[in-house]
Design a protein around this ligand. Structure first.
Ligand SMILES: C[S@@+](CC[C@H](N)C(=O)[O-])C[C@H]1O[C@@H](n2cnc3c(N)ncnc32)[C@H](O)[C@@H]1O
Length: 226
């Protein structure tokens, strides 16, 4: 299904607070380095047009949100959405999430990682391009704080099943998969992401799961003890 086009934001809209390229980022990404406070930090990988990011940021002003989007025009669109809404606790990063997860975020520092409707890469030879892969799963497990959450939704059953199996083997410390219910919509336009809207409109089933690490300190204690 082709993606709907996005308009370039007006030139006079100030995106300097809401948009960063990878080159403009501090070396280490934390709430302090990005927002100048110590609020919990959540990251969305593949934030698309930024609906989830802007909604969550407005609903949770006590949490900081970062959306990483590899397509510059979508990152810009998200930043424009944040700027227009006057959101101060979220930014859009224009770039590839993978090296950021690998090297730029301190272990145990994220309250949540969100991945919604990642590109399916249908062809078998392209599957290694999927954003949920062994490396990203290991990184997500390493980066989550105690009690941290990993949310994963997709409309591709095979991707879902493969990811759940991969997580069980690669990162058992993420715990058991917790089925996540669709949040009850109050009206037709009440959806969390643009792809959720598309799935609903075309009556495509969505598979949703959440993982949550243990909230006690035993994960790190165990590591020290062995
Ligand atoms: C199918 S769209 C879903 C967008 C949004 N999450 C939603 O549900 O509406 C997947 C998005 O992930 C982005 N993406 C793919 N690989 C990425 C990567 N390595 N880093 C950041 N974004 C990525 C794509 O450009 C695309 O916008």
């Amino acid at each position: 299904m082709p993606r709907s086009p996005v308009k370039r934001p007006p030139a006079d809209l100030d995106l300097s607070r809401a948009l960063r390229t990878v080159e403009q980022l501090p070396e280490t990404l934390t709430s302090q380095s990005l927002f100048g406070n110590d609020h919990p930090l959540e990251i969305e990988i593949g934030s698309g047009k930024g609906l989830f990011l802007s909604r969550e940021a407005l609903e949770h002003p006590e949490t900081n949100f970062v959306g990483v989007e590899i397509m510059a025009k979508y990152a810009r669109h998200t930043a424009a959405r944040l700027a227009r809404a006057g959101v101060g606790n979220a930014i859009a990063i224009s770039g590839n999430a993978e090296p950021l997860l690998e090297k730029r975020i301190p272990a145990g520092s994220l309250q949540a990682v969100h991945i919604y409707f990642p590109d399916p890469w249908w062809k078998k030879r392209h599957r290694r391009r999927r954003v949920v892969n062994e490396t990203s799963i290991r990184n997500i497990a390493r980066l989550l704080a105690p009690g941290g959450r990993f949310h994963f939704w997709t409309d591709v059953l095979e991707y879902f099943e493969q990811a759940v199996e991969m997580i069980a083997v690669t990162a058992p410390e993420l715990g058991v998969p917790i089925p996540e219910e669709e949040i009850e919509a109050s009206h037709d336009l009440d959806y969390r992401t643009h792809f959720e809207r598309r799935s609903r409109k075309h009556q495509i089933p969505v598979y949703r799961v959440r993982y949550q690490t243990r909230s006690d300190a035993s994960r790190s204690c165990r590591r020290v003890a062995t």
